[in-house]
Design a protein around this ligand. Structure first.
Ligand code: KIV
Ligand code: ZN
Length: 525
């Protein structure tokens, strides 16, 4: 890279824009679909963390997606709210409509530019793709001046064509150029090189911010994004906990903390309030039912736990011997015990407010408070994590009335076959059943299925303890598949068999809500 172009890049490099796509690409993880209210809760948490741009969804995908983007656009005031649109007039108009209430909005339009996507998916000639990209940006300008353009599969596109398309869309008014490694194929030095080549070769590159959007198929999404930043990218697209299509996207927490921790290497920084990272991670994990692996950087339960005696000794003498970040700087707090059996409604409500959790109605709050009281009878200390799980359960209890667990009794004894007897309320009527199984959870699922006959396949069953101790709540995730549709259900209880049954029923209720949505990257343009 020449000195001159390095200087040009560095003159803009104080701020690294964080573009969060948890609500759009994150939701493309099979089974991670979120309701409108859940998206609004996450969007508020992202705003509190000072994320610059929140991609709230793909408005043309379904009526639900449209409503969600509109709802996020209505409540978020301090971050820019973005909607995704293929390079089609109908998509762009729908995004423009959904974003109307936003204080600051962005339309993100895209079309594939790699030879394989143009030939096999779009069945279009490169010149027609270029013309459609330019038209899309011009149409988007009728709605906003803040336009992002992505040449999908840029990571496998031919450089000359990529340069032509980008130059043309900047001329047409695109203000951010996002370079996606759609299939996670790139390697850090190569992807960084791509960014510096684009910045150098495209004559009007200084008229736009260059962004990257990396997928994690080879586990390189964060590495590729950081390499791009070192080479002049000034926006990174990422998701909380690295959620996203297939192996996911670059994880926000890793990008932000790498840049913040290594200010000796990066000549830019984000505006983020990093103390919101862990609460946000827990919120997203609780809502989507995608657990965070314990050894996950920054947000995993073990990220700051020092097991070996040598490390513990070093930490006691001087924290920096083995710690490069402070746990409290990313939102881990020691003072986690919040409420108990004797806490009243006001204490409960004000703690929820501190956690950024609001209820739309008094009925929802009452329902949550009554669950809190039940929980406090079983469990001495109620932590923030318990409250998140409890609130997630409450929302589902209210939204999904079709199947309800009335009671469950399980028998599990050494040498005996476990048996479960269940009473379900289905569409207002009580139905009982019992079944045997390999264990109490298996027996409970069989009992539920003996009355529901859902025709689903169990794809995943996982249990996590929300906090520590044997009285901790178990948080269960169940992923069910039916005719290509995948849903995740969650349940939390101090009794993991009850949590499991609730998770299973939660997934069945989600399947009941048969919402069809288009996928942004499949189908014709
Ligand atoms: O992965 C991708 O290419 C995308 C685009 C829509 C930016 O998600
Ligand atoms: Zn993507």
């Amino acid at each position: 890279m020449s000195n001159e172009s390095t200087e040009r890049k560095q003159s803009k490099q104080d701020q690294l824009i964080i573009f969060d796509t948890t609500l759009r690409d994150g939701e493309q993880s099979p089974g991670a679909s979120m309701t409108k209210d859940e998206k609004v809760r996450i969007a508020k948490a992202l705003q509190k963390m000072r994320v610059d741009v929140i991609e709230a969804g793909f408005p043309i995908a379904s009526q639900g997606d449209f409503e969600s983007v509109k709802a996020v656009a209505s409540v978020v005031k301090e971050s820019t709210v973005c909607g995704l649109a293929r390079a089609l007039e109908k998509d762009i108009a729908r995004a423009g409509e959904a974003l109307k209430p936003a204080e600051s909005s962005r339309i993100h339009t895209f079309i594939a530019t790699s030879p394989i996507h143009m030939k096999m998916k779009l069945r279009m000639q490169p010149d027609d793709v270029l013309a459609q990209a330019v038209d899309a940006v011009k149409i988007a300008r009728q709605f906003t001046d803040n336009i992002e353009f992505s040449p999908e599969d840029a990571g496998r596109s031919e450089i000359d064509f990529l340069c032509r398309v980008i130059e043309a869309v900047i001329d047409a008014g695109a203000t951010t150029i996002n370079i996606p490694d759609t299939v996670g194929y790139n390697i850090p030095h190569q992807f960084g090189g791509l960014i510096s080549t684009l910045l150098e070769r495209i004559p009007n590159s200084d008229k736009a911010i260059f962004s990257v959007h990396c997928h994690n198929d080879l586990g390189l999404a964060v590495g590729n994004s950081l390499s791009a930043v070192l080479n002049g990218a000034r926006q990174v697209e990422c998701t909380i906990n690295g959620l996203g299509e297939r192996a996911g996207n670059a994880s926000l927490e890793e990008i932000v903390m790498a840049v913040r921790t290594r200010q000796d290497v990066f000549a830019c920084d984000t505006n983020l309030d990093t103390t919101q990272i862990v609460p946000c991670s827990k919120l997203v994990s609780g809502i989507t039912g995608f657990p965070v692996q314990p050894n996950k950087a920054i947000v995993g339960a073990n990220a700051f736990a020092h097991e070996s005696g040598i490390h513990q000794d070093g930490i006691l003498k001087s924290r920096e011997t083995y710690e490069i970040m402070r746990a409290q700087d990313v939102g881990w707090s020691d003072n986690r015990m919040v409420l108990g059996k004797h806490s009243g409604r006001n204490a409960f409500k004000s703690r929820l407010q501190e956690l950024n959790i609001e209820f739309a109605t008094e009925q929802e709050l009452n329902e949550a408070f009554s669950r809190f009281k039940d929980l406090a009878d079983k469990k001495h200390e109620i932590f923030d994590e318990d409250l998140h799980a409890l609130v997630a359960d409450t929302n589902w209890a209210i939204e999904n009335e079709h199947y309800k667990l009335v009671s469950l009794r399980v028998c599990s004894e050494t040498g005996e076959i476990p048996n479960a007897s269940i009473v379900l309320e289905i569409g207002g009527e009580e139905v009982s059943a019992s079944a045997s199984g390999g264990g109490p959870v298996d027996a409970s699922f069989r009992a539920i299925e003996s009355v529901v006959n859902s025709g689903t396949q169990l794809q995943l069953y996982s249990v996590n303890n929300i906090t520590s101790g044997t009285d901790a709540q178990g948080e269960v995730t169940v992923r069910l598949e039916k005719a290509g549709r995948i849903v995740s259900g969650q349940g939390a209880d101090t009794d993991i068999v009850i949590a499991s049954a609730n998770a299973y029923i939660n997934a069945l209720n989600k399947l009941e809500k048969n919402i069809d949505r288009e996928h942004p990257q499949l189908g014709d343009v």
